[in-house]
Ligand binder design. Sequence first.
Ligand SMILES: O=C(O)CCC(=O)C(=O)O
Length: 278
Amino acid sequence: MQQYGDLMMKSNEDFASCHAEAVKLKGYTIIKSILTTEDILKFKAKILEIYGRQVAQFGEQELLDIKESNVARCILKYDYDLFKKMIFNASILEIVSKLIEQKYVLSLQNAVLNKGINHHQGSWHRDLPYQNFLCNEILSVNVLYALDPFTEESGGTCLLPYSMHFTNMPSNEFIEENMLQPKLDPGDILIFNSMILHRAGQNLNGVQRISVNNQFIRPFIQPQYRFNEIEPIKNRVLEFSPQEKDILGFNFPSIIDDIDWRNNRLQRAGLELFKVEP
Ligand SMILES: O=C(O)CCC(=O)C(=O)O
């Protein structure tokens, strides 16, 4: 490309760099056809089953009262072998690594069931809520899977490009003029800086539209779930690679006190743990 004025233009050499650059500059990128039809069907069936269990546990009205309706939470806990496929995808993690540029952990994996009503996720927000500041590094990245068509009618995700660079919410007029609602096919993904302003679109056709939001954060931020402490995952630690252990939070435990801190160091050094006398 021609240039003048010493612009130091460069070309991206690979797939991951192209997508990482888009997220860094405009806040999001889209990758097509990440999932097979077979996987999509399995994911959807399992998510509906999990949500059914969560409704049975908590009650439909109670979930409505606490704005928790139509979200299947922490789905990795319910079928690790199925939902890990959304997390440990090497091409996607390469992009996340280029964005966060240090270790990161999975904060959440939730499915949003958007159908016919005003969904709580249908309000503009950032995925680090209440953090309306600018930071020169990316703190957190979302990988959102479309399991159904994302359109204006189905309530595809709405995004305000570049808005991770704004500390104040822009006016309604600005948002109306500049927001995007990308069309996605089932199996496509949207990767975005968690600080971008976004929301689920309004589902107008009454046909359920499911997304799965996976959020990767720098380890100093409190994750929504501590996957390393969840029963079925915790018990399988010996199966995991070092990178999987990092992402599931095993290498970033929340420390209680001085004893716990030093025992953590002793454990890492392969030494015997200190026992407090009763
Ligand atoms: O499902 C969507 O379109 C967006 C979900 C969302 O905003 C969220 O989970 O934070």
